[in-house]
Design a protein around this ligand. Structure first.
Ligand code: 3PG
Length: 205
């Protein structure tokens, strides 16, 4: 049975380009980000994957990426669910601040902990652990059932909501997750076993 789950992080956003903490803020894609999304679609087209469902967040950059990917695939009518459970980690008081300026103000290590640790939340925002607590129930209740029925499912989301999914799919731990980086616009194809463990993983770099 063809249990396929494809994850893609949105293309470069206007705030990625400006090096700003974004979280739940809602900038659009840059022209480069749009091209990254179209390229992701072209890479998937080579694999002939016919999707039956798609999921994205409540934020434009992920929604626009999904639309561009599906457009390249000629599959724009795939039923899509948009849910804020898949949103980027909420960056709280850091939202809108420049990441280099934050390092100057609070130091390299503190900013690294806010951005990459498992359980240190930025002030007023979510830790990755908090993000996992909303992403994984959504994954189990909404995304996984169609995949286990043999459907091919596409998810366009964010760096940290996808890192949250990697905790389960790739069996990452609080110790190993800090080193995982997810590139913009690079599809990751998982084939799942019937027990929802990963049979194979292909990154379309
Ligand atoms: O929300 C953001 O600023 C980025 O999309 C992801 O940020 P990070 O690289 O600090 O996790």
């Amino acid at each position: 049975m063809n249990r396929t789950l494809v994850l893609v992080r949105h293309g470069q956003s206007e705030w990625n380009a400006k090096n700003l903490f974004t979280g739940w803020k809602n900038p659009g894609l840059t022209p480069l980000g749009e091209e990254e999304a179209r390229r992701a679609g072209r890479e998937l087209r080579k694999r002939d994957i016919l999707f039956s469902a798609a999921f994205t967040s409540a934020l434009r950059r992920a929604q626009d990426t999904l639309e561009l990917v599906l457009g390249e695939l000629g599959q724009s009518n795939v039923p899509t669910i948009k849910d804020r459970a898949l949103n980027e980690r909420h960056y709280g008081d850091l939202s809108g601040l420049n990441k280099d300026e934050a390092r100057e103000q609070w130091g390299e290590e503190q900013v690294r902990l806010w951005r990459r640790s498992y359980d240190v939340a930025p002030p007023g925002g979510e830790s990755l652990k908090d993000t996992v607590a909303r992403v994984i129930p959504f994954y189990c209740q909404r995304i996984l059932p169609p995949v286990l029925r043999g459907e091919r499912v596409l998810v366009a989301a964010h760096g940290n909501s996808l890192r949250a999914l990697a905790m389960v799919l790739d069996q990452m731990t609080p110790e190993s997750i800090p080193t995982l980086e997810i590139a913009t616009g690079v599809p990751i194809i998982y084939k799942l076993n019937a027990d929802s463990t990963v049979a194979s993983k292909t990154v379309l770099v």
